[in-house]
Design a binder for this molecule. Structure first.
Ligand code: NAD
Ligand code: ZN
Length: 251
């Protein structure tokens, strides 16, 4: 009997233009909490109440304390086998484009290139008043940090709840979705829009949707294949299966 790892490998080997969409679940095994999980110290705050322009206007210090804590966690974290496998698949041109909702840098550090980062980057800050922007390597020392040009507050260059995504970036993602005949959807609840629509575009165009998640999501109902697993455990197995099938074809 064909198992789901083999089924996934076979779909991927049959497809010509595979893309991947990742969410915070792919970084969970690296120790970075997802929004829909328990955050210890921060669990009394809802991310929806901290990652908003309103929260920042009301209490920039609190919002920055939360972001500094997240920056520190991300800096100390390491890419896990899921990030590494995706980077390998991308470098082998099996995956053509990687789209992520994550604001961490674990895909980059695993070796992925040209990532479409829908929700920005936690290590980039920008002024709320002028055009100043800067890439940080550490959390800011002074909180909330101020713009060296005009003195206004700096904010993380990420998309907050209630804000729009860059039209240029979202267009790029949807163009890739239109081209794709298969998508790997990994560790996303699929409820954050418009990112959650990307797999649906692939499906509506007749492409295959392979979902990897530890629980069912809104995407599962239309996925062609659902692998109920941890990303870091199942992706290397799919990769090995692809290599095994390729080798068997060349003997
Ligand atoms: P989410 O928190 O809504 O959902 C995470 C999903 O990952 C869940 O469906 C969960 O079942 C699944 N999951 C958890 N552990 C997993 C594992 N080991 N393997 C596979 N799946 C696993 O996250 P989202 O859909 O990405 O959207 C929420 C928003 O939160 C995004 O906009 C994102 O920018 C932001 N966010 C980013 C980070 C990060 O950059 N690492 C972390 C938290 C939140
Ligand atoms: Zn400024």
């Amino acid at each position: 009997m064909i198992n789901s790892v083999e089924a996934a490998a076979k779909i991927l080997l049959r497809s010509k233009y595979i893309i991947a969409l990742t969410g915070s679940g792919i970084s969970a095994e690296s120790g970075i909490p997802t929004f829909r999980g328990k955050d210890g110290l921060w669990s009394k705050y809802k991310p929806e109440e901290l990652a908003t322009p309103y929260a920042f206007a009301r209490n920039p210090k609190l919002v920055w304390e939360w972001y500094s804590w997240r920056m520190k966690l991300i800096k100390e974290a390491k890419p896990n086998p899921a990030h590494i496998t995706l980077a390998k698949l991308q470098n082998m041109r099996i995956i053509k484009t990687l789209i992520t909702q994550n604001i961490d840098d674990l895909h980059e550090r695993a070796g992925s290139r040209d990532i479409i980062k829908l929700h920005g980057d936690i290590f980039t800050v920008r002024c709320i008043n002028c055009i100043f922007t800067q890439k940080l390597t550490n959390p800011p020392i002074e909180i909330p940090p101020k713009c060296p040009r005009c003195g206004a507050y700096l904010r993380p260059d990420v998309v907050w709840f209630g804000e729009s995504l860059s039209p240029e970036i979202i267009n790029k993602a949807f163009i890739e979705a239109e081209k794709a005949d298969a998508i790997l959807v990994i560790g996303t609840s699929g409820v954050v829009m418009p990112a959650g629509l990307i797999p649906k575009v692939v499906k509506d165009n007749g492409g295959k949707v392979i979902e990897i998640n530890i629980e069912e999501t809104v995407i599962t109902s239309y996925a062609d294949l659902f692998l109920k697993s941890k990303a870091g455990e199942i992706l290397p197995k799919i990769f090995e299966k692809i290599m095994e099938i390729r080798r068997s074809r060349h003997v």
